[in-house]
Design a protein around this ligand. Structure first.
Ligand SMILES: [Zn+2]
Ligand SMILES: [Zn+2]
Length: 269
């Protein structure tokens, strides 16, 4: 990969667990550490990444599908972790044994920091977890962002996605599948509510708007197991982009992150 190039590899994605590897040269940043330490090590190994070589772990929020591997993984591999103050409270509350406090770093939304030569900024996301955030990462040549667990596309989230070359964006549920599906009513309300998840339609509208503003690569992530299907999410987003006269593989690429196994990396170079 050339200097400043970025590769984005979703290791797994969904309410069963989330972890995304963002690399640029020797810098390897993991966003979220869901599932288990064993699964995370397996996934990293399968994409030729030694867990000891990670530069940092960025945590979006304290829901278990984003942190369940973190406790054991951190004690084993001692990688610096970044999270907002409120997320740290949640992480510490579910640790079985404490890890070295030297690994803890607090990230403040909208304040850029530098990690291994990459510029990193967290942005607040509307979700039912205190201090939840997404991340935007920049090199001298490319910009990417990860935004999942967002109830709706707020101006704050949109502004941080704007101008990215490639993004991983949540496409959690299809509205019809959710409301006609098996979930109890209170859970349907939670998912579609102000602290829930992004539906395919909202993801599609955002993708179309971002693409018109220069974003060329989209990975859909955090799909619901019960209320979505990869082909449904993909079709919804594809339609919205094509309605703007944007053509797949000419104006944009579109992929869906796998639930349990690493997805083909998106390489910006
Ligand atoms: Zn989640
Ligand atoms: Zn969540």
């Amino acid at each position: 990969m050339s200097d400043g190039a970025i590769s984005i590899t979703p290791l797994y994605s969904g309410s069963s667990g989330n972890a995304i590897l963002v690399s640029s040269g020797e810098t390897k940043i993991l966003i979220d550490a869901g599932m288990s330490c064993k699964k995370l090590v397996e996934a990293l190994t399968s994409v030729q990444t030694n867990p000891y070589d990670l530069t940092a772990i960025l945590i979006t929020h304290d829901h278990s599908d984003h942190i369940s591997a973190l406790d054991v993984f951190t004690r084993k591999f001692s990688i610096p972790i970044y999270a907002t103050q409120q997320t740290w409270r949640g992480i510490h509350a579910c640790e079985k044994k404490p890890h070295s406090p030297a690994l803890d770093n607090e990230i403040v939304p909208d304040k850029y920091i530098e990690i291994g030569g990459m510029k990193v900024v967290a942005f607040s996301t509307p979700h039912d977890a205190q201090g939840s955030c997404g991340y935007r990462l920049e090199t001298s040549r490319f910009t990417t962002a990860v935004a999942t667990d967002i109830a709706n596309m707020t101006p704050e989230v949109y502004d941080h996605l704007l101008g990215c070359d490639g993004i991983l964006l949540e496409a959690n549920y299809d509205k019809d599948m959710l409301w006609n599906g098996p979930y109890p009513y209170y859970l349907k309300q939670r998912i579609a509510g102000a602290g829930g998840h992004l539906c395919n339609d909202d993801c599609a509208a955002a993708a179309a708007s971002l693409c018109k503003n220069g974003t060329k690569h989209f990975i859909l992530g955090h799909l619901s197991q019960e209320n979505n299907l990869p082909q449904v999410a993909e079709r919804t987003v594809l339609r919205a982009l094509e309605n703007e006269n944007l053509s797949r593989n000419t104006d944009f690429t579109l992929a869906v992150a796998n639930r349990y196994v690493p997805t083909m990396p998106l390489i910006l170079e």
